[in-house]
Design a protein around this ligand. Structure first.
Ligand SMILES: NC(=O)c1ccc[n+]([C@@H]2O[C@H](COP(=O)([O-])OP(=O)(O)OC[C@H]3O[C@@H](n4cnc5c(N)ncnc54)[C@H](O)[C@@H]3O)[C@@H](O)[C@H]2O)c1
Length: 255
């Protein structure tokens, strides 16, 4: 009997693959034998592909902007021509920023919504189509603690609302696509040890202290811990799970 955690041979798209969580997810999924299609708007994603290949894993890369629906659709068509239907999507690309609510310009609001919310929808719509036609597959989106709780002390209302939108998109699509054999779930990272947060630790130690004090496990989450949660949701071990937001936050959202 196949181990339900076994994702070897599965073709999985990862967006935001040049970043901290996305690159960890690509490496983790490839280490389990999946063929990873590493996607980002940043062409440095090709380095992630090459690293995986040089460690014996299977990876391809594709460059597109999730906020540009035409660019997403063209990439999805090219990936389908090369690989056929995908088995999994980790729609993880996202951006953050800091700004009080009253200082948000229309451009600030539209930019974060177009990447974090529209971008996830365009990705799962374009790349999910072949999975729906095939009647199988799993989708995981990246939400955030900021989508379920008012985080402190940083201010980014647009980011928070975009991530709450991702969590609800996951529930609604899970219900719409349940009978088609495609599951849709989300991961909710807490403060995760990526380059961006390392910078905060160096320049704003009081902010880092507050984050750690508010996180029951008292440490940052490792990108690999988000990756393994996503791998579970992408695997058949989660065959009964759809429409679920799995918080990977060291207890932040329950404290
Ligand atoms: N790091 C954290 O503490 C944390 C916490 C909660 C949620 N998240 C979420 O996790 C996800 C990954 O974040 P990360 O920490 O790895 O950040 P990161 O900045 O290291 O990676 C984000 C990646 O997304 C890519 N990207 C951004 N806009 C894009 C676009 N329009 N089209 C294609 N690619 C685009 C970037 O180029 C980058 O490689 C994001 O959705 C983020 O909001 C992160």
């Amino acid at each position: 009997m196949r181990n339900p955690m076994d994702i070897s041979g599965r073709k999985i798209l990862v967006t935001g693959a040049a970043g901290g969580i996305g690159s960890a997810a690509c490496r983790y999924l490839a280490s389990l034998g999946a063929t990873v299609i590493a996607a980002d708007r940043d062409a440095s994603v090709e380095r992630i592909r090459d690293d995986i290949r040089s460690s014996g894993g299977k990876a391809e890369s594709v460059v597109f902007n999730v906020a540009d629906r035409n660019s997403v659709q063209e990439a999805a068509a090219a990936v389908q021509r090369s690989f056929g239907a995908l088995d999994g999507i980790f729609a993880n690309a996202g951006m953050s920023y800091e700004r009080p609510a009253l200082d948000h310009s229309e451009a600030d609001w539209r930019t974060v919504m177009s990447v974090n919310l529209d971008g996830v929808f365009w990705t799962v719509q374009a790349f999910g189509r072949s999975m729906l036609e095939a009647g199988k597959g799993a989708i995981v989106m990246t939400a955030s603690i900021a989508g379920v709780k008012a985080v402190r002390p940083e201010l980014h209302v647009g980011y928070d609302v975009s991530k709450a939108g991702v969590a609800h998109m996951c529930r609604v699509l899970a219900a719409e696509w349940a009978k088609s054999g495609v599951r849709v779930n989300a991961v909710g990272p807490g403060y995760t040890d990526t380059v961006m947060l390392a910078e905060v630790g160096r320049t704003q130690p009081a902010v880092m202290k507050q984050w750690l004090d508010d996180t029951p496990v008292g440490r940052l989450i490792k990108p690999e811990e988000i990756a393994s949660a996503a791998a579970f949701l992408l695997s058949d071990a989660a065959s009964g799970v759809t429409g679920h937001l799995l918080m990977v936050d060291g207890g932040y959202s329950i404290a």
